[in-house]
Design a protein around this ligand. Sequence first.
Ligand code: FMN
Length: 170
Amino acid sequence: MLTDKAEIELVEIKDIPVFNKPADKQLPAKILEIITKIEASDAVIIATPEHNQTISASLKSVLEWLSCEVHPFENKPVMIVGASYYDQGTSRAQVHLRKILDAPGVNTYTLSGNEFLLGKAKEAFDKDGNITNEGAVKFFETCLDNFVKYVGVVSKLKKSEPIEPEDLDC
Ligand SMILES: Cc1cc2nc3c(=O)[nH]c(=O)nc-3n(C[C@H](O)[C@H](O)[C@H](O)COP(=O)(O)O)c2cc1C
């Protein structure tokens, strides 16, 4: 269904240690792997749950790793998607995530208004992991189409100078 729109590789973050600025500047191997993948990609889609009305601590921690010493998200187009157990479908987490992605050390390009939110996540998938609601699938396709067009546009923009680590205290 989506393979004709984009080639998407799934990257899990579950085995990554909690962020702790390394005195020796040595990043965990898993973070180095993710950096290589982000740098090689045209764009990134971040999927978030909602924990206590914001993003999960594990996602925030990964974003710290990816904005300290290294800045692989600099000028990278990013789309946000999310699923949660209740009706809100991660709306509050997504607002926070956009703000984090705007921070100077992260500095992605995100497309305004292009939000895919999935509520009642426990009932939303069949046993093969496919979303069962046709309207939700169509809406996801629309969001992805919008994002692919956006990637084409922003990729042509001149890259700004990367921020120097001393300006970020990081
Ligand atoms: C500590 C914690 C806090 C949560 N807080 C919220 C919340 O504020 N809003 C919400 O919609 N879901 C909340 N949830 C449900 C998560 O969105 C749900 O765990 C997630 O969608 C499914 O991911 P998981 O099965 O990997 O945990 C919370 C879950 C946990 C564990």
